[in-house]
Write a protein that binds this ligand. Sequence first.
Ligand SMILES: Cc1cc2nc3c(=O)[nH]c(=O)nc-3n(C[C@H](O)[C@H](O)[C@H](O)COP(=O)(O)O)c2cc1C
Length: 276
Amino acid sequence: MGTSLLIVAGSYRRLGNCEMFAKDIALRARADSISLLRLTDFALKSCTGCYRCLNPEHRCRVQDDLYFILEKMKGFDGIIFSIPTYVLGPVGQFKLFADRLACMAVFQPDFRKIRAVSAIFGGIESWRGVTQSLVNAVIRMMGFDFRGSAFIEAALPGESLDVKYQPVAQGLADALGENSAAYFPCKTLQCPSCGSDLFFIQDGRKVCVLCESSGEYRDGQWIDYRDSKRFTARGFVEHFEGWLKPKVAEYSAQRERHRSLRETYKDIGVWIKKEE
Ligand SMILES: Cc1cc2nc3c(=O)[nH]c(=O)nc-3n(C[C@H](O)[C@H](O)[C@H](O)COP(=O)(O)O)c2cc1C
């Protein structure tokens, strides 16, 4: 049976690093079919924060291409997220997509069957900011079988195809194979639970910024490490069912109080709008 791969490219640039490097991965993975989805080819609007999508029977009411994109992601053997850093974080179109995460819960049974890797780009490695950790957290939360991720320092379009990145492309291609080993090369300390490289320091402990797992890190070892298991099926249920849904119910129960608060604040200040 042939292997089908989908490339999700975050950059607006045609034949830039996101597109060409991901195509190189797909060729190395010997995919029989390669499909491409450029996030900037689609309309993605802001999440309105209504929480309607917390009920799996309710679709998001925002009229844009989100569900078209999600439907198109189904059915592949593998998916390559190829996302550039823009101003220390993932490019804005990816964040617009990620903000709609709660709508994606109903797609998890399909996404669980799909192996995923990410290729993250930045012009200067030390300017990469939060991109890789954030993109990878979203891939995990969408439910994909997450197999690998690498950062590629490439400023100009095509730099990622430099010979020194060929082993990286090969590593990601191999990770997309059935029953293959995971591939997460990283030069800095990673959270053992979610792989993020972002930490707060609190009371002498390193606390993962994304999943809140924590521990002390001494002489190359984690001590008293506490795994939050946030990015597990149980972690999601705890967050969405155990915290977020009761929180929304709390808001509904206090409807009168919120109405009076809105009454107090609604006419303060003048909104700046574009003239017709
Ligand atoms: C508006 C803009 C902002 C960028 N910000 C960063 C940044 O903060 N850090 C970084 O390392 N690279 C930054 N870059 C560089 C891109 O991440 C890099 O060139 C990447 O390879 C672009 O991928 P593409 O060729 O597929 O468009 C920025 C590029 C642009 C156009």
